[in-house]
Design a protein around this ligand. Structure first.
Ligand SMILES: Cc1ncc(C[n+]2csc(CCOP(=O)(O)OP(=O)(O)O)c2C)c(N)n1
Length: 569
């Protein structure tokens, strides 16, 4: 039976439900169809609303907040264009499994379907890009939808949910604050019991001579870093992470071989080729990592995941276990033999030495790789780093090492340019005492640059590093390597003066172009907790290596040294 109390408006109820849930920060932008809700938010003493400059900024901030804190991220938009501006962020959160609650205003229920002003069927639009969504038709349904949405967002494999909230439902009175019986099945949010045969799974791992752990973002969502380290150290098993799994295993650990895949380290990709057993922990055999039929083709392949949809989706496996990764590992570790593997670990150490990450640093120009190495040293590897999408993202993934999870924020699945700046802002709100750095390119930064105003308005000390190559660098790289240097629409001969732009928002900035300026620039960048813009001019020709060309496999990896031998850098 629903719990009934004195009647309050739907808008008031939604605010109270958020407060009771423990939400203390939301990112949003108002408009006509969400005004009753904003009126109630105005009265809340528990929830801080961050007023952004574009709804896409709001949802990426909610993502940055969620990924850096492990909590639910909440964003709010009005109907029509406000709601559709959330679509990229929802898709981003769906692909990267980020728990987001989006609340959108909607025209009044009697106007739905009439092409009313600012009407968009955001429920229909977001069906494929949310884990759960609902058009709330009556104030009596708010509590149930809220309970269902929040459970689904964080339950199982996390993801985005959306509640579409018509204006008349916001003003309608209700006394239903809680329902005991939900309409969705509990399998959508409860931790599943461990599925599969632990003994045969462990036996296959114990038989391996050259095992490898392949760790994805699911490991971070499951908070399984401790167990992964325990497993790796007990069995002396080297560990590679995906772009999304960075931080799940300490980057400086002797057993770490870094990131694998298209721009992974040569030693991680060679480990994939040489291993005789590979254990996927919460990764998805993504196409930037695994070519079906060729990925670890000679190895026994095993997979642990919370989402059964990921099993045998792109790459078939020999052994699988279903369940919460932390729980499964806790059950598996006692069955795994303690082994020293001097030959296998030694072999990979030699490969690390012979095939390091490399670039040519012989000129006075600033090489982004060298800069990031210095940034890593100067920030003591302790910063939260968000990135945009492109070459700078891959260099940051390669050269900035993380000891802990939830410090690396990047758009992995969707590859959303414009993610980095708002994600960094959201992370800074969630981690006011940590250094938060956004690594971006001159292309990506301009996709949500309006959020500099949010930084200025709330005095958030986000550090913004822009690698400026006057190109859409990653596009240029592909055109140079695979389109005979026809640089179709990847070069621009105009960029704003980023330093002056910063000044317009009262953010101090500096531009450098010579290697000799790096140390001073980093001092300026990190000296206090104020926001900074650091524009670093880099050569347009600089490329990200190693590289596995799209659709190819680990065997086809191009290393920097190959390009030097071929007379091309
Ligand atoms: C919204 C969006 N549009 C287009 C792309 C395709 N894309 C991928 S990387 C890239 C270039 C990024 O340029 P920049 O931000 O300057 O970074 P750089 O590669 O130069 O480091 C483009 C256009 C994308 N990922 N996202």
């Amino acid at each position: 039976m629903p719990k009934t109390e004195a009647k309050i408006s739907g808008a008031r109820l939604m605010v109270e439900l958020l407060e009771e849930y423990g939400v203390d920060i939301v990112f949003g932008y108002p408009g006509g169809a969400i005004l009753p809700f904003y009126d109630e938010l105005y009265k809340s003493t528990k929830i801080k609303h961050i007023l952004v400059r574009h709804e896409q900024g709001a949802i990426h901030m909610a993502e940055g907040y969620a990924r850096s804190t492990g909590k639910l991220g909440v964003c709010i938009a009005t109907s029509g264009p406000g709601a559709t501006n959330l679509v990229t962020g929802l898709t981003d959160a769906k692909l990267d499994s980020v728990p987001i609650l989006a609340i959108t205003g909607q025209v009044a229920t009697n106007a739905i379907g009439t092409d009313a002003f600012q009407e968009a069927d955001i429920y229909g639009i977001t069906i494929p890009i949310t884990k759960y969504n609902a058009l709330i038709k009556s104030a009596d349904d708010i509590a149930r939808h809220f309970q269902e949405a929040t459970l689904v967002a964080l339950g199982g494999r996390p993801g985005p949910v959306l509640l579409d909230f018509p204006k008349d439902v916001q003003t309608e009175l209700t006394s239903v604050r809680k329902v005991d019986k939900l309409k969705i099945d509990s399998r959508h949010y409860q931790k599943p019991p461990i599925g599969g045969d632990l003994d045969s799974f462990a036996a296959a791992l114990n038989k391996a001579k050259r095992p490898l752990l392949y760790v994805g973002g699911g490991a971070i969502n499951a908070n399984a870093s401790k167990e992964i380290k325990e497993l790796a150290e007990k069995g002396n098993i080297p560990v590679t992470t995906t772009l999304m799994g960075i931080g799940a295993f300490p980057g400086t650990h002797q057993l770490s071989v870094g990131m694998l895949g298209m721009h992974g380290t040569a030693y991680a990709n060679k480990a994939v080729l040489e291993c005789d057993y590979i254990l996927n922990l919460g990764a998805r055999f993504d196409d930037r990592v695994a070519k079906p039929g060729e990925f670890a083709e000679n190895a026994v392949r095993a997979h642990i995941d919370i989402d059964t949809a990921e099993f045998n989706k792109r790459v078939s496996v020999d052994y699988l276990l279903h369940g919460d990764l932390k729980e499964v590992l806790k059950a598996l570790i006692p069955k795994v033999n303690k082994v020293d593997r001097p030959e296998w670990v030694g072999f990979l150490d030699t490969i690390k030495k012979n095939h390091p990450l490399e670039f040519d640093d012989s000129t006075d120009t600033i090489k982004p790789q060298a800069f990031l190495q210095k940034l890593y040293e100067k920030s003591k590897g302790k910063a939260i780093v968000s990135t945009d999408v492109g070459q700078h993202q891959m260099w940051a993934a390669q050269y900035y090492l993380f000891e802990e999870a939830n410090r690396w924020l990047t758009s992995g699945g969707l590859g959303t340019m414009g993610y980095g700046l708002p994600a960094a802002i959201g992370a800074k709100f969630g981690n006011p005492n940590k250094t938060v750095i956004c690594v971006s390119g001159d292309g990506s930064i301009q996709m949500n640059i309006q959020e500099l105003a949010t930084i200025a308005m709330y005095k958030k000390g986000v550090k913004i590093l822009i690698f400026n190559n006057n190109f859409l660098g990653m596009v240029r790289q592909w055109q140079e390597l695979f389109y005979e240097e026809r640089f179709s629409e990847s070069e621009w001969n105009y960029n704003p003066d980023f330093v002056k732009l910063g000044e317009a928002y009262s953010i101090k900035g500096l531009k450098i172009s010579n290697k000799s300026e790096i140390d001073k620039a980093l001092e300026f960048f990190l000296e206090d907790d104020d926001a900074r813009i650091l524009e670093v001019m880099i050569p347009a020709e600089e490329k990200v290596f190693p590289m596995i060309p799209a659709g190819k496999s680990q065997k086809d990896m191009i290393e920097f040294s190959d390009t030097v031998r071929a007379g091309k850098k």
